[in-house]
Design a binder for this molecule. Structure first.
Ligand code: HEC
Length: 163
């Protein structure tokens, strides 16, 4: 082998090593910076259990995403409930669940069978449990704006423009 060829081979070798090390460094940096799942609940286990039962009874997850999980929702463009307690107060939620016609509070843009059903017929205790539990579903500060944007766009079908 000529000297020039050796030099080129050596250079390629060095570049390969550098690129592998750089990639590895990038990947490890990404995982270190990953702040994790932004959604959490402050509910006591008693409240979570009671609310969980109601969520199942009333098939909330047939339409809504909660902790990234839902049943068939991909097709129903209803709002995600992740972080809802950072967007709405408990009182607001209680009033919404008590409304005979929730669409007077949030107009729907969906076909009637997909719209939010009224929960006004539920016993007051159940509506309070649901409101308290929904209010406990928080989003970390760093993901608040993003959550607000997604909620707005789901609700209106329009692009969100921060003031
Ligand atoms: C048939 C589908 C469906 C079911 C079942 C359903 N929802 Fe909804 N929900 C919606 C839709 C769609 C909206 C958005 C408003 C609209 O289009 O009526 C909504 C809105 C909401 C909102 C307001 C979100 C916001 O932007 O502030 C909350 C909170 C909520 N639902 C909670 C619940 C809970 C709790 C249950 C179960 C007790 C439930 N939903 C069951 C479809 C549903």
């Amino acid at each position: 082998m000529k000297k020039g060829e050796k030099l080129i081979l050596a250079l390629i070798g060095v570049l390969a090593v550098v690129s592998v090390v750089y990639k590895g460094w990038q990947v490890s940096n990404e995982t270190e910076e990953d702040p994790g799942i932004p959604y959490y609940s402050t509910a006591s286990s008693e409240l979570s259990d009671k609310a969980g039962k109601l969520l199942r009874e009333h098939s909330c997850k047939e339409c809504h995403k909660l902790f990234f999980l839902n049943n068939l929702t991909q097709n129903v463009p209803s709002p995600s409930l992740d972080g809802i307690g950072s967007l709405r107060s408990e009182e607001w939620l209680y009033n919404y669940f008590s409304a005979e016609n929730p669409q007077e509070i949030i107009p729907t843009r969906l076909k009637p069978r997909f719209k939010m059903p009224s929960l006004a017929h539920l016993p007051e205790d159940d509506r309070r449990v649901l409101a308290a539990y929904m209010a406990s579903l928080k989003v970390e500060d760093w993901y608040f704006e993003e959550t607000r944007k997604m909620a707005y766009e789901k609700r209106t079908g329009e692009e969100y423009k921060p003031e």
